[in-house]
Design a protein around this ligand. Structure first.
Ligand code: TRP
Ligand code: SF4
Length: 405
């Protein structure tokens, strides 16, 4: 789909600190981060400012959740050597870009956000008729654009926000990326590519502009990506020239839809804190085993001899996540023929979940024992992310007229 060399794409994602993470977070989000961190340059952050937009009345929860959440990430295998881990509010550049972008954000875009009305409905007990909550997607856009991230792993519910960040990037580039002599400068930039590459660039640009050939556009971008010695201005012009008449100051990101791992809770509903059916990443293994032993199964299996239907059983959903093909076959056969009881059926799931949790606890231990270790990891990630954020913000300030010499 995307022929831009992977190593040159930045991945960015944030998570709001709202409490202990559970297996739903692991199978739905963190496992994905862990896989991405070795493929891309990754930025993962604690979205504490986003948490404030809805939980401004209870800052204590945020304060208590931040470090525990980072420990959960580390326990899940997020590797601070592979990804930059940081806290959003510690990089003031996010907030400044949020403010600057707010200047060009049409109110209608925000009012039309599906999440805006939905959340107000869903969180009736909170007063979300605030300026900060309305601006939530602008803050998220700032998070993404400040790192010029190419890919944003998110769940389905967040796709409209990423879409909005694309629209804001486009609007920004249109407003501030235009220069009176753009064409001339772009042509001069093409010539710096050297004879062969200049010819290739022009050919690819023509194919895209005349026929909308997406593959040609991707190939041209890859060509630019591979050129290490372009000046920033020329790079922005050459990207912009492929598609139109302005520099690409802030590239448009893409949502990377996290495959919806429908992690069931202990009652078969979606695993969620509000249903009280969660298994936390670092729960006590014995207690978890006990809860799994007593979780409900297909109600048709009243007696051991009654056949059941895995489709009507939450345990089956666990097998789908934790068991191999052979075990799943065994479940299907044995359940429908009443060859074994539910407790026996649960055992492979219990073993797998307990092993997984033991692994998390093991990996978390050094960080629990020495909180300074976590503080250090975040300090380092924050410094390193801030360097990138500052560069972008300098450019933004410049084109928005905020540089006085
Ligand atoms: N809004 C996201 C959520 O609730 C969290 C978030 C904040 C985020 N900023 C982001 C996700 C930037 C991706 C990119 O899940
Ligand atoms: Fe569920 Fe397994 Fe019992 Fe069938 S045998 S009802 S799949 S726990």
């Amino acid at each position: 789909m995307n022929s831009v060399p992977a190593a040159n794409l930045r991945v960015l994602s944030g998570m709001r600190p709202t409490g202990r993470l559970h297996l739903g977070h692991y199978h739905g989000v963190l496992k994905n981060w862990v896989a991405l961190q070795h493929q891309y340059e990754c930025f993962f952050f604690v979205a504490d400012l986003h948490a404030l937009t809805t939980d401004y009345e209870s800052p204590g929860v945020i304060r208590e959740s931040v470090w525990e959440m980072v420990i959960d990430w580390l326990a899940a295998g997020v590797d601070p050597k592979a990804a930059r881990l940081f806290i959003q509010s510690r990089i003031a550049e996010h907030s400044e870009l949020h403010l600057l972008l707010s200047m060009i954000t049409p109110l209608g875009w925000l009012e039309r956000m599906p999440t805006y009305k939905d959340q107000q409905e869903r969180l009736k007990e909170k007063d979300l008729a605030t300026y900060g909550f309305l601006g939530y997607p602008v803050l998220q856009t700032a998070d993404i654009l400040i790192y010029k991230a190419g890919l944003v792993p998110v769940g389905e519910d967040q796709v409209p926000h990423v879409e909005m960040s694309r629209e804001l990037a486009r609007r920004f580039n249109h407003l501030y990326g235009r220069e009176p002599d753009f064409e001339e400068k772009a042509e001069a930039a093409v010539r710096t590519l050297g004879k062969k590459n200049a010819r290739l660039y022009r050919e690819l640009r023509r194919r895209f502009q005349e026929r909308g050939d997406e593959a040609a556009l991707q190939e041209a971008r890859a060509l630019l990506e591979a050129r290490q010695n372009l000046t920033l201005g020329d790079r922005e012009r050459l990207y912009g020239y492929l598609e139109g008449g302005s520099r690409v100051l802030l590239p448009e990101p893409q949502a990377l839809l996290t495959p919806a791992a429908r992690m069931p809770g202990l009652d078969g509903q979606k695993m969620s804190k509000s249903y009280g059916n969660t298994i936390a990443l670092r729960d006590d293994p014995d207690a978890v085993a006990q809860r799994l032993r007593t979780m409900p199964t297909d109600p048709a299996r009243v007696r051991r001899t009654d056949p059941g239907d895995p489709e009507k059983c939450p345990v089956w959903r666990f097998h789908q996540i934790y068991s191999d093909e052979k075990t799943r076959e065994w479940v299907q056969q044995g359940c429908r023929s009443a060859a074994f009881g539910c407790l026996e059926c649960k055992q492979p799931v219990i073993d797998a979940v307990v092993a997984e949790i033991r692994g998390f606890r093991e990996r978390a231990r050094p960080f629990q024992d020495d909180p300074q270790l976590v503080r250090g990891i975040i300090a380092e990630g924050t410094e390193s992310a801030r360097d990138v954020a500052r560069q972008t913000l300098d450019e933004v300030r410049e084109v928005m007229g905020l540089v006085y010499r």
